[in-house]
Design a protein around this ligand. Structure first.
Ligand code: PMP
Length: 416
């Protein structure tokens, strides 16, 4: 039932693949208006790491609303904001030995990327950026400028920010030593490369096709930035908040980026919220220098605080995410080994997993076949050649098995 088709711009994308009207959702299941249920391996493109309507977040949200808690607080000090900041400090930053100031840059991932780029320019007094092949950072002009895929610019033309794409990990399949090009260009005054303010990187490229950078590569990048006086921005919008196991995806490399971008699952309830984390010595913002009406989403602060208390008071979620990720990898490896006609390559880290098809168009067909069987998932990668799954981290083992079985059947249906 595609009743809204004539009302909505053609610019929409995900729902085009799923021609039903969704109504309610709980945990890892959605229900449509006809009462059919779907298992969710999409999780709001990574915005629902704790599933739909998690009870431990819903209760405090309803209580907050029922006592007329402030919903829109912008820059005011509010109890909800204060509790979030204190909890974030106590549960996330301090136990990891991290020292960051928190900025609320606006409601979305693109907002935090914009603020990070602007801040890096202000700190360094330089304008240029270095980004990576296949990177994705959002749909605003600055974020698009550092997105390493010109197709994503959607005809928006010349980038606003001067950005030079460098090869991401494995771009040369190991045939060229890491950072050889980058360091040579940076140190060659005549190379024409503008002195960069910052490097912006994802530790696992999500939209780029679930490409995990190796730990050594991330450490090498951090060292290169330090050697050359360049700020390091980690865009953890999709891979943060536990998606790869640890709360921050860069923890695995033991690095401390200068600026960190967080959004998607930070509210825990699918409510818009973003953070820009800034090393205290780099917090050079003046009052009013990065404004925006929707920076104080107090209901999101309430659910975010509840999520940190519920899921990050110990390492249980991290451990179960890593174990579930291993299970998906094992299942994908089995599925790949069964395929006679198409080469399938499993990839990923934690519960960000992909299966790359040597015939790109089959990835979308596999997703469509999965939808017919009641499973939601999407594709990513430059040619949409990767079947991508981002289940809620709270998915039960039974639900995970159910979904993996459907993935196996759907891949077989399009490859045999
Ligand atoms: N950075 C990364 C790494 C992302 O994956 C995304 C969204 N897919 C964004 C930024 C942009 O976030 P938003 O869509 O909330 O603007």
């Amino acid at each position: 039932m595609t009743v809204f088709e004539d009302l909505e711009s053609e610019v929409r994308s995900y729902c085009r693949n799923w021609p039903v009207v969704f109504d309610t959702a709980r945990g890892s299941r959605l229900t449509d208006v006809d009462g059919r249920t779907y298992l969710d391996f999409f999780a709001g493109a990574g915005a629902l790491n704790y599933g739909h309507n998690p009870p431990a977040l819903k209760k405090p949200l309803l209580e907050y609303l029922s006592r007329d808690g402030i919903t829109h607080g912008l820059d005011m000090y509010t109890t909800a904001k204060g509790e979030f900041l204190r909890t974030f400090e106590d549960r996330i930053l301090r136990p990891r030995g991290l020292d960051y100031k928190v900025q609320f840059p606006g409601p979305t991932g693109a907002n935090t990327v914009e603020s990070a780029l602007k801040l890096a320019r202000k700190i360094s007094g330089r304008e240029a950026m270095i980004n990576f092949t296949n990177a994705f950072h959002g749909m605003t002009l600055g974020a698009l400028s550092v997105t390493g895929n010109s197709m994503k610019r959607g005809g928006a033309g010349i980038p606003l920010v001067h950005a030079t794409p460098m090869p991401y990990d494995n771009y040369f399949d190991g045939t060229v030593p890491d950072f050889l090009w980058m360091e040579k260009l940076l140190q060659d005054a005549g190379s024409g490369l503008n002195e960069p303010a910052a490097v912006i990187v994802e530790t696992v490229q999500g939209e780029g096709g679930i490409n995990p950078a190796r730990v050594e590569w991330l450490q090498g990048l951090d060292a290169l930035c330090k050697r050359n006086g360049i700020l390091l921005i980690v865009d953890d919008v999709q891979m943060g908040v536990g998606r790869t196991g640890p709360f921050f995806s860069f923890e695995i490399a033991g690095i401390q980026p200068d600026i960190v971008c967080i959004s998607k699952s930070i509210s825990g309830y699918g409510l818009p919220m973003a953070l820009t984390l800034i090393k205290p010595e780099h917090d050079v913002w003046g009052p009013g220098e990065h404004n925006g009406t929707f920076r104080g989403n107090n209901p999101a602060f309430v659910t975010a605080t509840a999520a940190l208390n519920e899921f990050w008071s110990d390492d249980a979620l991290e451990r179960s995410t890593l174990a579930k990720g291993e299970r998906v990898d094992q299942a994908f490896t089995e599925i790949a080994s069964r395929s006679q006609t198409v080469e399938l390559t499993p990839k990923g880290r934690g519960l960000a997993r992909g299966l790359q098809f040597s015939q790109p168009e089959l990835a979308a067909k596999a997703c469509a076949a999965a939808f017919e069987r009641g499973l939601l998932m999407e594709t990513s990668g430059p040619s949409d050649e990767v079947m991508k799954i981002l289940p809620a981290l709270t998915i039960t083992d039974d639900e995970l098995e159910e979904g993996l079985a459907i993935v196996g059947e759907s891949v077989a249906a399009v490859t045999e």
